[in-house]
Design a protein around this ligand. Structure first.
Ligand code: NAP
Ligand code: G4F
Length: 332
């Protein structure tokens, strides 16, 4: 009997960590997940939902813990998904964001290299469309692709850009197989409620069931290229199966405003005009905003055979349906 391939996922408690663990398990991998903190509040949920994942304690800002995690899991593939990933939070905690989201990437790459796995372990780095910045001068009509200019607009985006370049540097300097996925926003039923789509779907469900009167949001005009997270983890996996390490954009090729998301989400509960249910909270406005993100996934479609399955209305529908069901099943 052949041994199962082993994969180590950092960020196992996050949205993508969950989808990826499921995907790799279904493909027959032995899955390891890095979990931080002596009493991580998400540990129990991960243990229940993904009983097949072996959890290893470690932190992206503790290099020794990463060496131990790599040695313990001896992975064929490492998916570095861990990060301070909330753009608004990164403005309030820029130094922590730099330590985790920028230098943490270096720590992961070093852990693979110093344990002598630089030619046997493949690494996926979670890069982001936030690196483009969405500014007028830097906005291609057909969407950002792998050759577009970077102009990050937040401490998060700047930190991710360091992670992106150090990953490419290790590819070029040491011949390591490091693939960077430049992923546009992807959402779903596992998205944290601190992100705008899940905050809305969660609030819409609660408003429908009479549990809250309205939702407070920041700017409603920004546009994002929103896809479904389940589709995107398939793209991550395909990047590590590719014959050569490379950078790939994953996106839908369509962009929608938060107002459009609100319109579709409230329509799911039969409300035509969402305005009476939405208030603006100035505390949620960001010091600098990314106006619009639109991605061009042509390269991933042609070279990886990747294609997103869920469209924008389908995404909104599945998120609201999930949150309604969550309320109904958790009621006594
Ligand atoms: P997420 O839900 O916010 O998950 C972030 C994960 O990072 C959590 O598991 C968190 O663990 C972990 N983490 C944070 N600080 C850590 C540290 N110091 N050491 C170890 N783990 C730490 O993010 P996501 O949406 O799944 O995204 C996955 C990755 O893709 C992130 O790097 C994100 O920046 C990037 N990305 C996401 C999108 C998107 O639209 N979702 C798009 C482009 C790129 P705790 O539970 O301990 O906090
Ligand atoms: O949902 P968001 O916080 O996502 P954002 O900033 O686009 O970042 C997400 O996608 C990136 C990929 O492009 C990832 F790299 C990153 O890790 C993260 O997953 O905000 C989306 C938009 C922004 O314009 C924000 O200002 O929604 C606006 N917004 C309006 N009201 C809000 C809110 N965002 C949040 N989180 N909460 C609000 O109440």
């Amino acid at each position: 009997m052949t041994e199962a391939r082993r994969a180590l996922i950092t960020g196992i408690t996050g949205q993508d960590g969950g989808h990826l663990a499921e995907l790799l398990h279904d493909k027959g991998y032995e899955v390891f997940g890095l979990i931080r903190g002596q009493n991580n509040p998400r540990r129990e949920a991960v243990t229940i939902e993904f009983p097949y994942v072996t959890l290893i304690e470690g932190d992206l800002i503790d290099p020794t813990s990463l060496v131990r995690a790599v040695e313990a899991s001896d992975p064929a593939e490492v998916y570095n998904l861990a990060a301070v990933s909330h753009v608004g939070y990164s403005f309030k905690n820029p130094a922590l964001t730099a330590d985790v989201t920028a230098k943490g990437v270096l720590n992961v790459l070093e852990a693979v290299r110093v344990t002598g796995r630089e030619h046997s372990t493949r690494v996926y780095q979670a890069s982001t469309s936030e690196m483009f910045g969405g500014l007028d001068y830097n906005r291609p009509g057909a969407g950002y692709n792998e050759h577009s200019l970077f102009h990050p607009r937040s401490p998060y985006g700047v930190a991710k850009l360091y992670g992106h370049w150090i990953a490419k540097n290790y590819r070029e300097s040491y011949g390591m197989f490091v693939a960077c996925g430049i992923l546009f926003n992807h959402e779903g039923e596992r998205r944290g409620t601190e992100f705008v789509t899940r905050k809305i779907s969660h609030a819409v469900a609660r408003i429908e069931r009479g549990l809250q009167p309205y939702v407070e949001l920041g700017d409603l005009w920004p546009k994002r290229d929103w896809g479904y997270a389940g589709d995107y983890v398939e793209g991550m996996w395909r990047m590590l199966q590719h014959p050569v390490p490379d950078d790939f954009v994953l996106a839908t090729g369509q962009t929608h405003s938060i107002e459009e998301f609100l319109t579709l989400a409230f329509a799911e509960i039969g409300v035509d005009d969402w305005r009476p249910y939405v208030k603006q909270d100035p505390a949620l406005l960001r010091p600098a905003e990314v106006d619009i993100l639109l991605g061009d996934p042509t390269k991933a479609e042609q070279e990886l055979g990747w294609r997103r399955k869920v469209d924008f209305p389908g995404l909104v529908r599945l998120m609201v349906a999930h949150d309604l069901q969550l309320i109904d099943t958790s009621r006594p």
